[in-house]
Design a protein around this ligand. Sequence first.
Ligand code: HEC
Ligand code: HEC
Ligand code: HEC
Ligand code: HEC
Ligand code: HEC
Ligand code: HEC
Ligand code: HEC
Ligand code: HEC
Ligand code: HEC
Ligand code: HEC
Length: 583
Amino acid sequence: LRSRRKRLLVATLVLVLGFLCIALNASWKYEFLAPGPLSDSHAQLLQRTSDSAPSTSNRCGACHPAGKSSPSEWAASLFGVQTSSSASAATSAYDASQTQLCLTCHAEKLSEFAALPHSLPVKQLATVTEQTQGSHGSVKHGRQIKTNDAGEIACAVCHQEHHGRNHHLSMLTNQQCSNCHQSSFDDFARSHPEFHNWPPQQRSGIVFGHEAHQFKHFPSRRRNFDCVDCHGGDSDSEIVSIRGYAQCAECHDAAISIATTDGLRLLQLPLLDVAAFEPHDIAAFHWPEAGQGSFDGPLEPLMFLLLLADKEAEPICRAWGVDGDFYDVDPDDAQAVQRAAILALAMKRLADDLATAPEQTVQTRLTQVLGADRSFDASSLVSALPPDLVKLARRQWFGEDAITIDEQDPDTSGTSEKAAGWHVDDATLRIWYRPIGHADPVLQACIELATIHTTDSAVSAAQDRLLTSPLVSQCTVCHRASRGTPPTWNSPPSDLQASFTKFSHRPHLVLPQLRDCQTCHQPRETAAIAVSAGQDQHYDATSDFLTIKKQTCVACHTNNAAGESCLQCHNYHIHAAPRFDIR
Ligand code: HEC
Ligand code: HEC
Ligand code: HEC
Ligand code: HEC
Ligand code: HEC
Ligand code: HEC
Ligand code: HEC
Ligand code: HEC
Ligand code: HEC
Ligand code: HEC
C-alpha cells in the first residue's frame, strides 16, 4: 500500500512537470520523457522531419503510440496510472502497436513476416525445425521470448533505443540468440554444433568437372589449373561462381565450331519419285528438278514440328514419326505414294507460309502443336531469317510467281556457305542456319523449344531428336537440359547471404594461411581417383568438394581472435532460405 501511494505521488509530480512543459518551448515538450538520445540512424531521421514540419509530437509518435497523446498522459502511463485516453500499450507484454510503427518504415525491406521469429512464415520455420529435428534440438521451449497470440515478437525486444547516438541498433549478444537457442552454443569451438552439409549443395547448373580438368584436361594442354583464373578472388575481384564462357573458349570453341558446320535445318524438301504418281492416279504437281529421283529424305525435327500443325500432314506425320524417311516409301504402294504426295504438298504450303510471314508462321504453328498454355516465343528462333531469302527460295524451287519480292533479289552470292546465319541451298533444297558459335540465339531458342514439357508423344520424340542432334548436344555438354528441364544459361548468384548462415570470402583471402583455396575447398578424392584411373566423371548434384568441417574455422574463430559472435556468421531476419522449400 505504501509503495502504491509513493507511485501516485511521483506520477502527480511528473504530471505537474508535464503541464509546465507544455507552456514552455513546444519543440522540446516531449524531450524530458525520453530515457536517452536516439541512435544515429534514427536521430538524424527525426532531425530531418522536425526541420520540414515542426510537429514535435510526431517525432516521438513515429515509434511511440503514446506520442500521439499529450506528454502528461504519456508520462502518467509510464508510471502505470490509467488516464482516460492512454491504454498504456507501452507497458503491455507485447507492444504490437510500436512494432506496427517500426514497420511503417521497415516493412518494405523486411517482408510481411518481419515480426515472426527469423521473419519467416510460421510454416516455413516449422519445416526448418522438422529438418533439424534430432540433430541437436536447437530451440528450447521453456525460456521463450514473449510473443503475442500470432507468435510475433516486439521489435524492441532486440532493437533497443535511447542508448545514445553510438548504440549499434542491431548488435545482439550471443545471449539474446540463446533466449531461444540452447545456451551451450555460446562457445564456437566447444559447443557450437558440427556443420551439416555446409556450404549447401550449390551446383550452378553449368556442368564442369574440377577433377577431370585439373588432373587430365589441363595437364594435357600444359595449362596451369588456377582457381583464381575462373573464380576471381585475387586482390581486386570478388569470388564468383563462374566468370563467363571466356574461361572455356580456348579449349571448347573448336568443338562447338566443328559441330555447327552441320547446321540447323528449318526446311528440307525430299526427293520425290514423280513418275510414281501417275500409275496411282495421283494428280501431278510442280516439284523442283533437284528434288526429283527415287524417294529419299528425312523429316528434320524442326520441320516435323511445324508440319504437325498442318491438318493434312498431321496424321501422316504421326504415322511416320519424326524418324520417318521418304526412303521408306514403296513406289508400288499406292497408299504410301499418296501419303508422300500429301506430305510434300504440306511442305510446299509451309514454304509459302514462311515466305509470307516467317515469324508468325512459326509462332502460330508451334503454339498449336505445343498447346496454348506452353508459352514459347518464336521470335528469336527466326528473327534473323530474312523473309526475302525464303521468298527467293520459294520462287526458285516452285517457279510460280505468285509471291512478289519487295526489294531487289537479296544478294546471296556474296554470303559464303561458311558464314553464320540463314542459308538457302538450291542443290539440296533446304533452308538452314549456321550458328555463330557459343551463345547463338537461334540455338538457344531451339534448345528452349526442345525442353518444353509436353505429353504428346509425336512432339516429344521430335524434341528428343533435336536435343540429341550433334549440334544441340554440343551445347548441352555444359548446359545440361532435357525435356521438362530447361537449361541454365547463367549461373544464379549465390543467395546464401539472405539465408540463416552467411559467408564472405573477403576478410579471409588476405590471410596468408588461407591463400590456398583448398584449405576450405578440399576436392573429393574419390572423383580424383576415378579420373586418374581413366574413368569418365559422372556429373551429379554433388559438389566437387567436400563439405566444410567446423574444425576448419575453429582455429581463428575464437573470442579473442577472429570472433565468435553469432551474428558474424548468421542472419536473424531471413529474406530467403534456399535450402528449404518455401511453401
Ligand atoms: C526510432 C524509434 C523511437 C523514437 C523516434 C523514440 N523512441 Fe522512445 N523508445 C523506443 C524504443 C524501441 C524503446 C524501448 C527501448 C528499450 O526497451 O530499450 C523506447 C523507450 C522509450 C521510453 C521508455 C518507456 C517505454 O515506453 O518503453 C520512453 C519514456 C521513451 N521511449 C520516450 C521517447 C520520447 C519522449 C521520444 C521523442 C523525443 C521517443 N521516445 C522517441 C524507440 C523510439
Ligand atoms: C520514420 C521512419 C522510421 C521508423 C518509424 C523507425 N525507423 Fe528504424 N530506421 C529508419 C531509417 C531511415 C534508418 C536508417 C536506414 C539505414 O541506415 O539504412 C533506420 C535504421 C534502423 C535499423 C538499422 C540500424 C543499422 O544497424 O543499420 C534498425 C535495426 C531499426 N531502424 C529498427 C527500428 C525499430 C525497432 C523501430 C521501431 C521502434 C524503428 N526502426 C522505427 C527509419 C525508421
Ligand atoms: C530476436 C531479435 C530481433 C527481433 C525481434 C527483431 N530484430 Fe531486427 N535485427 C536483428 C538482428 C540480429 C539484426 C542484424 C542483421 C540480421 O541479422 O538480420 C537485425 C537487423 C534489423 C534491421 C537492419 C538490417 C536489415 O536487414 O535491413 C532492421 C531495419 C530491423 N532489424 C528491423 C526490425 C523490426 C522492424 C523488427 C520488428 C518487426 C525487428 N527488427 C525485430 C534482431 C531482431
Ligand atoms: C524467437 C526465438 C528465436 C530467436 C530469438 C532466435 N532464433 Fe534462431 N531459430 C528459431 C527457430 C524456432 C528455428 C527453427 C529451427 C529449430 O526449431 O531448431 C531457428 C533456426 C535457426 C537457425 C537455422 C538452423 C538450421 O538448422 O539451419 C540458425 C542458424 C539460427 N536460428 C540462428 C539464430 C541466431 C544467430 C540468433 C540470434 C541472432 C537466433 N537464431 C535467434 C528461433 C529463434
Ligand atoms: C577452368 C575454370 C575453373 C577453374 C580453374 C576452377 N573452377 Fe571452380 N568452378 C568452375 C565452374 C565452371 C563452376 C560451376 C560448376 C558447377 O556449379 O558445378 C565451378 C564451381 C566451383 C565451386 C562451387 C560448386 C561446387 O562444386 O561446390 C567451387 C567451390 C569451386 N568451383 C572451387 C574451385 C577451386 C577451389 C578451384 C581451384 C582448385 C577451382 N574452383 C578452379 C570453373 C573453374
Ligand atoms: C585447358 C583446356 C580446357 C579448358 C580451359 C576447359 N576445358 Fe572442358 N574439357 C577440356 C578437354 C580436353 C575435355 C575432354 C574432351 C572433350 O570432351 O571435348 C573437356 C571436357 C569438358 C566437359 C565434358 C565432361 C568431361 O569432364 O569430360 C565439360 C562439361 C567441360 N569440359 C566443361 C568446361 C567448362 C564449363 C569450361 C570453362 C569454365 C571448360 N570446360 C574449360 C579442356 C578444357
Ligand atoms: C564448355 C562449356 C560450354 C559449352 C559447350 C556451351 N556453353 Fe554456353 N556458357 C558456358 C559458360 C561457362 C557460360 C557463362 C555462364 C555464366 O556466366 O554464368 C555460358 C553462357 C551462355 C549463355 C548466356 C549468355 C552469355 O553469353 O553469358 C548462353 C545463351 C549460352 N551459354 C548458350 C550456349 C549455346 C547455344 C551453346 C551451344 C552452341 C553453348 N552455350 C555451349 C559454357 C558453355
Ligand atoms: C575460409 C574458408 C574458405 C576459403 C579460404 C575459400 N573459400 Fe570459397 N567458399 C567458402 C564457403 C564457406 C563458401 C560457401 C559460401 C557461399 O556460397 O557464399 C564458398 C563458396 C565458394 C564458391 C561458390 C560461390 C558461388 O557464388 O557459388 C566458389 C567458386 C569459391 N568458394 C571459390 C574459392 C576460391 C577460388 C578460393 C581461393 C581464392 C576460395 N573459395 C577460398 C569458404 C572458403
Ligand atoms: C586463418 C583464420 C581464419 C579461418 C581459418 C577462418 N576465418 Fe573467418 N574470419 C577471419 C578473420 C580475420 C575475419 C575478420 C574478422 C573481423 O573483421 O572482425 C573473419 C571473418 C569471418 C566472417 C565475417 C565476414 C564479414 O564479411 O563480416 C565470417 C562469416 C567468417 N569469418 C566465417 C568463417 C568460416 C565459416 C570459416 C570456416 C570455413 C572461417 N571463417 C575460417 C579469420 C578466419
Ligand atoms: C564462425 C562462424 C559461426 C559462428 C560464430 C556461429 N555459427 Fe552457427 N553455424 C555456422 C555454420 C557454418 C553452420 C552450418 C550451417 C548449415 O549447416 O547450414 C552453423 C549452424 C548453426 C545452427 C544450426 C545447427 C544445425 O545442427 O542445424 C545453429 C542453430 C547455429 N549455428 C546457431 C549459432 C549461434 C546461436 C551462434 C552464437 C552463439 C553461432 N551459431 C555462431 C557458423 C557459425
